[in-house]
Design a protein. Structure first.
Length: 519
């Protein structure tokens, strides 16, 4: 069965991403576009538009031409938007790198993407230079030093480049897809523009909004959903180079932030951390969560504590990224759901074992089709074929259920399901129960090998209090699940390893030695 989000309200414009996002920037003049949170330094919309043209002119003067790749390797600052859109204005493609990448990881991305130039900041310079040395082709520029200023040319000399929006690549973020190997995701101008058009009415950003830009711009969530969607709407973005709860709360108060797009670990902190108490967050009207499932109970706790709407959405790097979204104006009370598909988006739920579509209420792998889907993986046709079938369906690797009203809930990953005596156990289901325990601050569940059962569910738990009793926790979960879903092992840990987007890094948990507490 195909579930459809219906038609897109407005036609997808046939234009490049930069023109679409910044077409109204000059008219906004001195209105702040981006504010550097730690320093308070602001870049106006007029200044952003001029800087983008100056960046493009500087690249062109250095021989950077259409189809060349520029890499950004730094944390969130206002100049990130300048470099990204300046690259596009010069006809180039931008690859965004995690500033925590190692020399080896960055070198591989630079080589794989064919990057000619790289922009970084002083804290990341040593790794950037070491990675660039693996290739004679990569020239390194540093923000805050003279080399960045050397990149800027005369805005009037910005090149005019013809862009075929459906074919030309705008961004090459890197994703593991359904495997653990990082691959360059080719996102065309059209796929990114289409997703902004699809999601815009649901996000409902306005020029009056102040948006906290805490999620990293190297990740598609921060790049498209926060940076580009916010700039398109004429909102003001307050950037943070990294998440620090105290600074995050300070900025929410100081700038009267109205919209916060976060990941589950930040939502969990807003729900339960004592530092939130006493803060004036009255301007915050909406919190949106994505990148990983947010437990319904945590969503309720945040809503009650902060006093604003809390919703979530779903997407992937490979889908530019949003496919499902619950907006701030949603009236249906379905905490935990990522909502219906966006307009112009089609979905199927397919049994990964049989390839047959499942019925509402049953679990199936989520397949997506729509204009926001990637062109493919850069230089990797085999991986592309494994992800995108001949009919245009993208196989997400995520397990979901859909209700009778067409609202979807993500319940797990296909390859993360635990097989206990032939029964499938979803780690996310157990995590959603564990996190409701008042003495648990965070948790994760994996399968551990067992000769008799095949795999046993094991929980890693971060205690919120020393009084936490692992045996009591096992009983707490057992009282809420079928026998095959019971947790058989508990390990108390200080933190749960997660990616910058909030996804649990289960492979790191599996690499740990046996736990202290087993049952």
């Amino acid at each position: 069965m195909i579930y459809s989000g219906g038609p897109i309200e407005s036609e997808i414009p046939d234009m490049d991403l930069g023109t679409f996002v910044l077409g109204g920037a000059a008219a906004l003049g001195e209105k702040p576009a981006l504010i550097d949170g730690p320093s308070g330094r602001a870049l106006s919309y007029g200044g952003l538009e001029r800087s983008v043209r100056a960046f493009a002119a500087g690249l062109a003067a250095r021989g950077f031409t259409k189809g060349d790749t520029f890499a950004i390797y730094m944390a969130n600052v206002p100049e990130y938007a300048v470099a990204f859109h300046g690259t596009l204005a010069a006809g180039g493609r931008c690859t965004t790198a995690n500033p925590l990448s190692t020399e080896h990881e960055l070198a591989r991305q630079l080589s794989d993407s064919g990057a000619r130039m790289l922009l970084t900041a002083p804290p990341f310079l040593d790794v950037a230079r070491a990675a660039a040395e693996h290739s004679e082709e990569v020239e390194v520029f540093v923000l805050g030093e003279g080399s960045y200023d050397d990149l800027l040319g005369d805005p009037a000399a910005a090149p005019r480049v013809e862009i075929d929006a459906s074919v030309d690549i705008a961004a090459i973020p890197y994703s593991s897809g359904t495997t653990g190997v990082m691959k360059g995701v080719m996102l065309s101008h059209r796929s990114l523009v289409a997703n902004l058009v699809q999601a815009g009415p649901v996000h409902a950003f306005s020029p009056d909004d102040v948006v906290i830009a805490v999620l990293p711009f190297f990740h598609i969530y921060g790049l498209s959903v926060i940076m580009n969607q916010g700039l398109l709407a004429g909102a003001t973005l307050v950037t943070m180079p990294r998440f620090d709860l105290e600074q995050f709360l300070d900025l929410l108060e100081r700038h009267r932030v109205t919209r916060a797009l976060v990941v589950p670990p930040i939502a969990l902190a807003l729900a339960r951390h004592p530092a939130v108490s006493g803060r004036d967050l009255s301007a915050l009207a909406h919190i949106g969560c994505g990148a990983a499932p947010l437990a319904a109970e945590i969503a309720r706790e945040v809503k009650t504590r902060i006093g604003c709407s809390v919703t979530q959405g779903y997407g992937m790097t490979e889908t530019s990224p949003v496919t499902h979204l619950v907006g701030p104006g949603a009236t249906a009370g379905k905490p935990g759901s990522v909502g219906p598909p966006l307009p112009g988006t089609e979905c199927r739920l397919v049994d990964p074992g049989t390839g047959v579509d499942v019925v509402p209420g049953e679990r199936g792998e989520l397949w997506i089709r729509g204009p926001q889907v990637m062109l493919g993986y850069l230089g990797n046709p085999a991986a592309t074929a494994a992800m995108l079938d001949a009919d245009g369906w993208l196989h997400t690797g995520d397990v979901a259920v859909v209700d009778e009203e067409g609202w979807f809930t993500i319940v797990d990953r296909v390859k993360e399901l635990i097989k206990y005596k032939g029964f499938q156990v979803a780690p996310a289901e157990l995590e959603a129960i564990l996190i409701t325990h008042p003495l648990i601050a965070d948790c994760a569940v994996i399968g551990i090998p067992d000769e008799e059962a095949g795999e046993l569910p094991k929980a890693f738990v971060v205690p919120a209090d020393d009084a936490l009793n692992p045996d009591e926790v096992i009983g707490f979960v057992a009282g809420q699940v079928a026998p095959h879903k019971r947790i058989r092992a508990i390990e108390l840990v200080e933190t749960i390893p997660k990616s910058p987007s909030g996804k649990i890094l289960r492979r790191l948990l599996r690499a740990e030695p046996p736990g202290r507490r087993l049952r």
